[in-house]
Ligand binder design. Structure first.
Ligand SMILES: [Zn+2]
Length: 232
């Protein structure tokens, strides 16, 4: 909101400087028409400023005034919604403080952030969701630094299966490690808690098939550069 206000006050007179293509890195996700800002195209780019360091960069080729403010807002929402951090002083650059890549989660976070309307306060999603399949509340509990356990109220055999399916969904969407045969536990291999990412991906983990189909459709439209991570 604050960002939009500032853009209004500026009267939309800023002209955007061109960004060199070579600085962008590899595009890993695309919002092809941003309905919240003049249908501009916004890309999410992965960069490696030095060996072992991965940063993400939100960029648009649009020359429309105030595009920078729009991009900065998308980044700010990603920080709030996904628990990411700024990488340096660049308002379009961000990273995970654990140093991990978390690429799939970052892509989903970017797509979600582009959809948050102006005036809506973005905050991390709860680790709890209502499951239509079982009619129960599904909760995810963090057991230690990076391990999460999927639970439901009233656990019988059928529900244990459902919990395993959700655990597998989370592991796939967030690139987490599955623990145990029942698949009720998942863990971030970076050893760092990412409650925000789990909250963001939990509703999608309930319907993994739909989430994967969505991803494949995006791929087939040629919107994405296929990262090898998508195979798993
Ligand atoms: Zn991490």
């Amino acid at each position: 909101m604050e960002m939009a206000k500032r853009a209004d006050e500026a009267g939309g007179v800023n002209i955007r400087p061109a960004v060199h293509v070579v600085e962008l890195g590899r595009r890993i996700e695309l919002q092809s028409m941003d309905p919240l800002f003049h249908n501009i195209t916004i890309g999410l780019y992965e960069q490696q400023p030095k060996p072992g360091v991965i940063e993400y960069f939100v960029h648009s080729y649009s020359g429309i005034p105030d595009t920078d403010e729009r991009l900065a807002r998308v980044v700010t929402i990603m920080l709030e919604l996904g628990g990411m951090a700024r990488a340096g002083n660049d308002p379009q650059r961000l990273c995970f403080t654990c140093g991990e890549v978390h690429k799939l989660a970052c892509r989903r976070l970017f797509v979600a952030a582009c959809k948050v309307k102006l005036g809506v306060v973005s905050e991390p999603m709860p680790l709890e969701v209502s499951d239509k399949t079982t009619g129960r509340n599904i909760k995810v509990i963090r057991e230690d630094k990076a391990t999460y356990r999927v639970t439901a109220d009233g656990l019988d055999e059928g529900r244990a299966q459902r919990i395993g399916a959700i655990g597998r969904g989370l592991s796939r969407l967030a690139q987490m490690e599955l623990i145990g045969e029942d698949a009720a536990r998942v863990r971030f291999t970076c050893g760092t808690p990412h409650d925000e990412l789990v909250g963001l991906l939990l509703p999608r983990a309930l319907n993994l098939r739909a989430a994967m189909r969505e991803q494949e459709e995006a791929m087939s439209r040629g919107l994405l550069v296929a990262p090898s991570a998508q195979k798993s």
